[in-house]
Design a binder for this molecule. Structure first.
Ligand code: NIG
Ligand code: FE
Length: 392
């Protein structure tokens, strides 16, 4: 086998392979061999084939890399004072986005790219081997174009979020801004992106405006995703389902009809507990969604306003403690759930012949991701077989 690496003595291998019985498709006491970016062999350590290099996992757990299907990491500036004010009693409003828009517009290309690459590296070190990046802090044709270009240099999963808020230069001319988003801005961005998103909520865009944006994206060959029902009950989830969105994200305030609509659709509910944590808001009711049969994803929502974390492990711990997900459900949502939200079936699983996106934990079980909150248990990370984090 060319340049094969064998991980030996894996105590607990989370495969998410539907052909392996039981939750998470767990296999115990195995070796896993990687070559040319793929998993080429899984079996008992005693039977492991020769390899060019071997790592003794000494009973530790190995998981599929996390799939973070929602991040906003192309931005400049700092909103720590806004966070501190919120913790002192102020409430979150969508208008805070404009602070980051001003700082992002003022940043030169090199600074904006370096900021984004730093956060992308942080995501990778935290175990996200696949992640999505949104634009949405430029909100001019040129600033959105450069945002998606920077993101596209890092990931294939790029989302155009020109419809994040109406920027101050268009106050009083919402229709003018929507025309810009659906026309020249979309034209400038569409070749770099796979997805179109809209913030359908209080202080951002209403149902008709959201439909207009998503329809323009569909005409340009993009697939919708929607920031839905984060701040209040509203039309976001029903618009997402109606437009065939890959996911409705946040889903914090849901009616019974919203839950039923999601359950009857292919739209994934992406929960972002970092946002509730950082805005000190009530968490979404994950149990209600899971019990209704909705596919749930967990993602970081990494952004400077409401969730400045790159840690999927932290989101898993929050999902378990605050949203009453079992640890297995949370790990599923952070791997195959995220993959479903990105309509991918080639990531989020560890299967022979599949992409080698792997996390080696400094712990014997995936359970420790929630059991040891705030502790960095990610010991090593491989993305497509390449080490993106190694033991120091
Ligand atoms: O997903 N909800 C809209 N966008 C971000 C927040 C953006 C900001 O406050 O800068 C979110 O939470
Ligand atoms: Fe978001």
């Amino acid at each position: 086998m060319p340049d094969a690496l064998s991980l030996d003595n894996i105590g607990e291998l989370v495969t998410n392979d539907p052909d392996v019985p039981g939750e998470l498709g767990i296999r115990n006491d195995v070796s896993l061999v990687v070559a040319e970016g793929r998993v080429v062999w899984i079996g008992p350590t005693a039977e492991a084939p020769p390899a060019d290099a071997r790592i003794d996992c000494d009973g530790a757990a190995v998981l599929p890399g996390f799939v973070d299907s929602h991040s906003h990491i192309v931005f400049a500036g700092d909103r720590s004072a806004e966070f501190a004010a919120r913790m002192a009693g102020e409430s979150y409003a969508a208008g805070g986005i404009r602070t980051t828009v001003a700082a992002t517009r003022a940043a030169d290309d090199g600074t904006l790219a370096a900021n984004t690459q730093r956060l992308a590296a942080e995501l990778a070190r935290s175990g996200a081997t696949t992640f999505e990046i949104k634009s949405g802090y430029g909100l001019t044709v040129e600033d959105e174009r450069r945002s998606v270009a920077i993101a596209r240099g890092i990931t294939d999963e790029v989302t155009f979020l020109g419809a994040h808020v109406v920027p101050p230069d268009f106050t009083g001319d919402r229709n003018g801004y929507l025309d810009l988003v659906c026309g020249p801005m979309l034209d400038a961005c569409k070749d770099s992106v796979r997805w179109i998103d809209v913030f359908c909520d209080r202080g951002a865009f209403d149902a008709d405006e959201s439909r207009e944006v998503l329809r323009a994206g569909l005409r340009a060959g993009l697939t919708p995703r929607v920031h839905a029902n984060q701040l209040q009950h509203g039309p976001g989830v029903s618009v997402a389902v109606e437009m065939g969105a890959a996911s409705a994200d946040h889903c914090t305030h849901l009616t019974a009809a919203d839950v039923a609509a999601l359950a009857d659709s292919d739209t994934v509910a992406t929960l972002l507990p970092g946002a509730e944590f950082s805005t000190r808001s009530a968490y979404p009711d994950a149990r209600r969604l899971i019990d209704a049969g909705v596919t749930v994803a967990l993602a970081t929502d990494c952004n400077p306003g409401t969730s400045y974390t790159t840690s999927m492990s932290f989101c898993i711990a929050l999902a378990v403690r605050e949203m009453h997900m079992t640890v297995g459900e949370a790990v599923t949502a952070a791997t195959v759930g995220g993959a479903a939200a990105l309509r991918r079936d080639d990531v989020g699983r560890i299967v022979t012949g599949g992409q080698a996106d792997l996390l080696l934990l400094d712990a014997p079980s995936y359970i420790h991701l929630a059991y040891r909150p705030g502790v960095d248990l990610i010991s090593q990370v491989w993305a497509r077989g390449v080490a993106v984090r190694s033991r120091p």
